[in-house]
Design a protein around this ligand. Structure first.
Ligand SMILES: Nc1nc(=O)c2c([nH]1)NC[C@@H]1CN(c3ccc(C(=O)N[C@@H](CCC(=O)O)C(=O)O)cc3)C=[N+]21
Length: 291
């Protein structure tokens, strides 16, 4: 192995320690941040994530409110719950676990969340604020990726970044964040012509397509920094979108799966909840937790 391993698990643990210190400081002022997580349906993977989010929320000293609704919940009932959480001063962050059951309009539900409590950063207002370089709530996965990239590379200015994946959750906000750091950004996707050749030009390669081991070793520029956002459950366990064993011999640095982007996503959810709390009380943004 020649690449440096970017240890997201350790990075996230460190981030949570810093968050816990900030939370303790707020408690001295009588403020306890609260995160509400809403899960509709019984998807086993989603239940695992929600449980681990709840545990880590409590570990950093925040209040965790979990709302589990049956899969056949009418959309109006979910909207009524969101309204109630929007109005609840004990709730500073609201996360509605995606995907939602097919009978629901995901965009409508997400846009019903108070933008100030939208810790996923999926609400159109936050998307627009990020795109125009204003103070926003920033989606957790790209925020975690940005933190790891800055930590490993320092300045991203002038670097060529290729993002594979154009989702609203990862690809598009990742592009916005990298642009803000003056990287030269290309968003590629499953229909991109000559994808391997394009990837070979990338100093920073972010893989967020959802195809197990799609990115081959010879797609990677020697010395490049590779961020693997993929979480694919296969017969040989959890694997990323990058062929890790091949990539680690060529890349300069790479995130593993598991133990890379995933833990950072949850840590950034807590970071966003802390930021949202600070902002409602008119306090300055916590240091180092926002882009
Ligand atoms: N509104 C919303 N916001 C989300 O942020 C959101 C969501 N919906 N729906 C589902 C996805 C998925 N997601 C993950 C978070 C952490 C890990 C994670 O910590 N993974 C561990 C491994 C966990 C395992 O073993 O399964 C790791 O990569 O090391 C994975 C996936 C957040 N999501």
């Amino acid at each position: 192995m020649t690449a440096t391993l970017i240890d997201g698990k350790a990075f996230a643990a460190n981030l949570r320690t810093r968050i816990a210190t900030e939370v303790a400081g707020l408690k001295d002022q009588g403020i306890v941040p609260g995160l509400a997580v809403v899960l509709v349906g019984e998807d086993p993977a989603s239940q695992v994530y929600v449980r681990s989010k709840g545990r880590m929320t409590r570990e950093v000293g925040m209040n965790s409110y979990e709302h589990k609704l049956p899969a056949d919940t009418p959309q109006d009932a979910l909207l009524a719950l969101i309204d109630q959480l929007n109005e609840d001063p004990a709730v500073n962050g609201i996360l509605v676990q995606l995907p939602l059951p097919k009978h629901m309009d995901e965009a409508l539900v997400i846009n019903a969340i108070d933008p100030a409590k939208d810790v996923d950063g999926f609400n159109v207002l936050n998307v627009g604020l990020l795109a125009t370089g204003q103070k926003a709530m920033v989606p957790c996965t790209p925020l975690g990726c940005l933190m790891m990239l800055r930590d490993h590379l320092g300045s991203l200015s002038g670097k060529r970044a290729v993002i594979i994946g154009r989702s609203n959750i990862v690809g598009k906000p990742m592009a916005q964040l990298l642009l803000r750091d003056s990287a030269t950004v290309t968003i590629a996707h499953s229909r991109t012509d000559n994808l391997p050749e394009l990837c070979r030009q990338a100093d920073i390669l972010v893989a967020a397509v959802g195809h197990p081991r799609m990115v081959q070793g010879d797609w990677i520029k020697p010395g490049a920094t590779v961020i693997d956002v993929g979480i694919n459950r296969t017969d040989d366990g959890l694997v990323g979108d990058v062929d890790f064993d091949a990539a680690k011999e060529i890349a300069g640095a790479i995130t593993p799966v598991p133990g890379g982007v995933g833990p950072m996503t949850i840590a950034c959810l807590l970071a966003n909840t802390l930021t949202a709390t600070a902002r409602v009380y008119g306090l300055p943004d916590p240091e180092g937790l926002t882009p």
